[in-house]
Design a protein around this ligand. Sequence first.
Ligand SMILES: CCCCCCCCCC/C=C/CC(=O)SCCNC(=O)CCNC(=O)[C@H](O)C(C)(C)COP(=O)(O)OP(=O)(O)OC[C@H]1O[C@@H](n2cnc3c(N)ncnc32)[C@H](O)[C@@H]1OP(=O)(O)O
Length: 284
Amino acid sequence: MMASTRSLLRTKSLISNLPRFSSNYKCLDVSVNNDNNITTVTLKRPPVNSLNLDLLSEISDVLTDLKKSKSPGMILTSSSDKVFTAGLDIMEMHKPDPERFKQFWYALQDVWMKLYGSPFPTAAAINGHAPAGGCLLAMCCEYRVMVQNFNIGLNETQLGIVAPIWFIKTMLNTISIRDTELALTTGRLFKTDEALAVGLIDEMATDKADALKKANAFFERFEMIPPIARAYTKDSLRGSDIEDLKKNREKDIQTTLSLITQPKVQQGLEFYLALLKNKKESAA
Ligand SMILES: CCCCCCCCCC/C=C/CC(=O)SCCNC(=O)CCNC(=O)[C@H](O)C(C)(C)COP(=O)(O)OP(=O)(O)OC[C@H]1O[C@@H](n2cnc3c(N)ncnc32)[C@H](O)[C@@H]1OP(=O)(O)O
């Protein structure tokens, strides 16, 4: 195809498919890059972007909008200069109200299914720590660029909890079975350079601007690839994991609720919360 025809087609698709975003997001900034029409979704829930029901619901909504508008791609990043996201909001799991917990877990499942299975390409510009649920969101994306000197990993066992099977499958889609087993059983958090060595991230960056530049460059790889061929291929690789959760969705919610409310698990969470608070006190 001639370059001029390509650019005409691109311009036409930009005009007809311009995504329309709600300006009502409280915990997200959503912006579209005029040069390539890639949407950057910035998590903005201080202090640590912990994923509570509100934030998860907004992420779910923005993913629906992007799919509807046939977006050419999305970058996920954070407004914080040291935390991408601290993972699930522990307060949603500590002494939970059962009905609220079910909604919370349902929203998390929604986000996972939409992000892991998105027809459009996705990249994470990881500009801070990404433990547990933060690592999950990053792994759902197809490409990860991470700023140096931060941590990423599924550290659930350190909290006395267990990463659900669909978290595990997401890691297995990213790094080897052997590395997944070692990482999960020990609750390992990888430093940026260690994450690169094991393939948990694809590129390192010096700072957020560099991470965004590298993440934007990832989408150039798809300029000559028909989106439908891309989307079918991604679905062939990831679709069965999503179908498994769809089939077991209710059971997954019930099992998680009954495990999380066990006294031993609650004690573990309390202990972990106290550690987080003490860290602050001993630093002061
Ligand atoms: C045996 C069977 C069990 C089965 C159980 C069922 C299965 C359930 C699966 C559940 C899966 C869960 C996945 C998760 O995501 S769990 C969350 C894991 N997250 C973490 O471990 C991260 C904890 N946070 C940190 O390590 C650090 O905060 C940070 C991200 C490195 C940032 O450090 P920084 O120094 O900048 O900030 P502070 O530590 O001072 O934190 C600022 C305040 O934010 C509060 N905080 C931190 N993380 C969370 C969180 N995840 N949820 C809620 N609140 C959080 C922290 O306490 C500070 O609060 P304060 O200002 O009030 O003191």
